[in-house]
Ligand binder design. Sequence first.
Ligand code: KG4
Ligand code: ZN
Length: 345
Amino acid sequence: MKKNHMDKDVYILAIESSCDETAAAVVKNGRQVLSNVISSQIELHTLYGGVVPEIASRKHIEKINQVIETALVQADMSLEQMDAVAVTYGPGLVGALLVGVAEAKAIAYGAGKPLVGVHHIEGHVSANFIEHPDLEPPFVCLIVSGGHTHLVVVKDYGEFEILGRTRDDAAGEAFDKVARAVGLGYPGGPKIDKAAKEGNPSAISFPRAKVDENPYDFSFSGLKSAVLNYINHAKMAGEEIYVPDLAASFQKAVVDVLVSHTVEAAKEFGFQKVAMAGGVASNSGLRKGMEEACKREGLSLYYPSPIYCTDNAAMIGAAAYYEYINGARAGWDLNAVPNLKLGER
Ligand code: KG4
Ligand code: ZN
């Protein structure tokens, strides 16, 4: 395991506010979660069928102090005992990110603690370290969330090589759009997952997109259109749609592509370890499909518990630890970077 040369335990207060969860956590030595508080705004945004950025920012402002306070209380620690304050500074919604960044700067400055800026996607990947003490880079990681779909090699802590990415919709976005089209509501991922359990995945044949130039890139817009066309045709013909079959067939089309790209990459580049991260990594069909494929190919598979797959601050604390022990410190001019790229600082 990567050594902490400081010879003492490192406690990090981590803050996450990039989308619709206001979250704070206290993490010890990057892998031990002492508290993980999440205030979700999902119910509020459900009314509008998706996240409304302005509402998200306002809610973060209302909740953030309370969430941080609770994280410290639950960890039974004080701000003075923290070694650093970490915060997600991108990518995400600019107004939402700004709330966390401003708060983290104020707290760190006031308490005389170092500040660490964390890349949200690096946080998702690092969620895997929390429950898998044996997991260390290098490994291949499939990152599938509401805003991102990346296939990467995690070369070292905080060091990534991107093998593929989505050309259009993110995997979670496709789940959300299809769910909305069949009236399942927001967020669609968990609802499709649930409906799919009752359905037949081979009931409807949906396309598995191949992207010619890069075998590891993804594209979900064709699949989404195929689902919307199917729904329209059924409506025009006056036929009833059996949602579980549609959900299962759609989910299988997404899962097949995610699994085949990931396993192919691990084989081609010679990695024995495969990990998954992001909200969609909690999809039961994806977990099952990836488990079967990895078993067949003799690969070890890692993924976080659902609570660490969707947005949380514990994953930010895990990522921040490795940044911190490598000497990364943010200045007081740290700003939100809504389109921060993976591998950029
Ligand atoms: O990682 P996350 O919480 O936020 C982003 O950083 O985007 O991911 C949220 C996404 C949403 O699109 C949601 O529908 C999807 O993850 N999701 C799922 C499941 N749980 C959450 N998708 C499929 N199956 C699930 N069980
Ligand atoms: Zn996320």
